[in-house]
Design a protein around this ligand. Structure first.
Ligand code: MRU
Length: 349
């Protein structure tokens, strides 16, 4: 996708310096900063501190972190230890463990470093194809909405910034725009980290897609008023039965969509489907620091970036990163292979 008219991927191998470049998402939408990852630890911290986030991008960064470990020491036991370690950086998105295990499976012991680098590149190339294919299948759904303007509601950022390109939930939106459909997006702010207002809106602005940011509690009323035609969200992990782990607040949108008879779709790359976990209640849910609730970033009157505390000094917060939307609230999954109902996933993946 484009920033200021220039096409960027969210992660890439920098051949000249043999390191890895990412876009530091903690600085967006205020500053566009490309950060170089030089060591395994740089990669681990980038995932843990959310310089990169979003399930597919976390997976790709984990893979590249293992490559950076191999640059430090090409000993197989050292690399294997880092493969185990990187899985602890963030627990909910299954793409992290998926990518680490894929690297392990494909290591060529006679050419460790290069075989890991090749696999990292393949993971990224495949992810772009998967997202684009999700976009094409989602477009077919959106085409069926016969309205002058189609209103899509999305939560968090399941966009280009959460993948390598296109995004998952945003891919059908970009494809619809390219197909000439008049599309408007309701962007949930997505407290506490505001991935909607700071990342999704940033992407849509740069791609010139009409959108409005709404407070997380607004979606229900918009649905009651007929102002939402379809919800499309991403996911961090889907269990075997089709329960969906996604950014906290997704479940409430699915409930409101059900109550208002609005289709609720989940954009699901096969890399995020976890057949080993049978039900959503067994998906590990990340608990993060309450600093994310009480500290806000923004520009002051003089245009300087500042962080402020919005809570009473001694109040404590409780900050769960994800929730589980039961399969019965999901109208369908938009995957790279087509659209499936929850009960159809197991036979198709
Ligand atoms: O905590 P985050 O920002 O990593 O959470 C991201 C989400 O919940 C996304 O919706 C999900 O990873 C899907 S991204 C294609």
């Amino acid at each position: 996708m484009k920033i200021d008219g220039k096409h960027y991927l969210t992660i890439w191998h920098n051949e000249n310096e043999d390191n890895v470049c990412i876009i530091d998402q903690t600085r967006l939408p205020f500053e566009f900063i490309i950060k170089k990852l030089n060591t395994y630890q740089d990669g681990f911290v980038a995932i843990k501190d959310m310089l990169v986030r979003g399930a597919p991008l976390i997976g790709a960064t984990a893979a590249y972190s293992i490559y950076l470990a191999a640059k430090e020491n090409e000993n197989f036991d050292y690399i294997n230890e880092k493969i185990t370690n990187i899985k602890t950086a963030r627990p909910t998105a299954v793409n992290l463990a998926w990518a680490a295990d894929r690297i392990l499976k494909n290591i060529d012991r006679s050419n460790i470093k290069n075989s890991i680098l090749n696999e990292c590149k393949k993971i990224c190339e495949e992810d772009i194809k998967i997202s684009e294919s999700i976009g094409n299948h989602g477009l077919e759904l959106i085409k069926k909405i016969k309205k002058e303007k189609v209103n899509i509601l999305t939560h968090c950022n399941a966009g280009w910034l959460a993948t390598i390109d296109w995004g998952t939930a945003t891919a059908p939106i970009y494809k619809s725009r390219d197909a000439g459909i008049n599309i408007h997006v309701w962007v949930d702010e997505t407290r506490p980290r505001n991935q909607g207002s700071s990342l999704t809106s940033y992407e849509l602005l740069n791609e010139e897609i009409e959108h409005k940011i709404i407070a997380d509690n607004t979606g229900g009323l918009l649905m009651q008023r007929g102002m939402v035609d379809m919800c499309i969200v991403g996911t961090d992990r889907v269990s075997e039965n089709g329960d969906v782990a996604n950014k906290i607040g997704t479940y409430l949108k699915a409930l409101a969509a059900k109550d208002n008879n609005i289709p609720f779709y989940v954009a699901l790359p096969s890399t995020t489907y976890d057949k080993k976990i049978l039900k959503g209640k067994d998906i590990p849910i990340e608990e993060r620091s309450d600093d994310e609730l009480k500290l806000m970033n923004g520009f002051d009157q003089d245009g300087k970036l500042k962080q402020i505390n919005i809570y009473p000094k001694n109040s404590k917060g409780f900050n769960l990163g994800f929730d589980i939307t039961p399969a019965e609230l999901v109208t369908g999954f938009i995957t790279e292979k087509g659209i499936f109902k929850p009960e159809e996933l197991r036979e198709n993946f």
